[in-house]
Design a protein around this ligand. Structure first.
Ligand code: AMP
Length: 137
């Protein structure tokens, strides 16, 4: 059993497809342990994406992630980290396989509908940014 962090990004929240995205997780054996809808501040987003601070897209990424509310979730299941990434599809929705969340709901590499932790280690760190242990049920 693994836990991973999923974020439904502002584009998908604005499109009103939160439920459709959650259904992809639940229909594929992933369970929601914790969930909240929040508005990230500039500081929240900069800290969350700290590893990308030097990348040319950092400014746009932070500005996009603070452009509207997001839904953050800790999700659990067998191989949850990899399974979530498979369900999301490639970062660039143009390269995402048919039937993946990004192929179906994302518009661009910035507005790409969802975030998912890329390793078990990062999943633990990222879950800890948003949830306390006692909130993971
Ligand atoms: P991560 O989910 O940690 O890989 O965060 C990187 C995010 O930055 C992606 O999900 C994209 O939304 C965004 N991004 C924007 N431009 C790029 C790019 N050229 N390469 C990778 N990620 C990009």
């Amino acid at each position: 059993m693994e836990k991973t962090l999923s974020i439904i990004k502002p584009d998908a929240v604005a499109k009103n497809v939160i439920g459709k995205i959650i259904d992809r997780f639940e229909s594929n054996g992933l369970r929601i342990c914790a969930m909240k809808k929040i508005q990230l501040t500039q500081e929240n987003a900069e800290n969350f994406y700290d590893i990308h601070r030097e990348r040319p897209f950092f400014g746009e990424l932070v500005s996009f992630m603070t452009s509207g509310p997001v839904v953050v979730m800790a999700i659990e299941g067998e191989n949850a980290v990899l399974k979530n990434r498979d369900l999301m599809g490639a970062t660039n929705p143009k390269e995402a396989e048919a039937g993946t969340i990004r192929a179906d709901f994302a518009d661009s590499i910035d507005a790409n509908a969802v975030h998912g932790s890329d390793s078990l280690e990062n999943a633990k760190t990222e879950i800890g940014i948003f949830f306390t242990d006692s909130e993971l049920l």
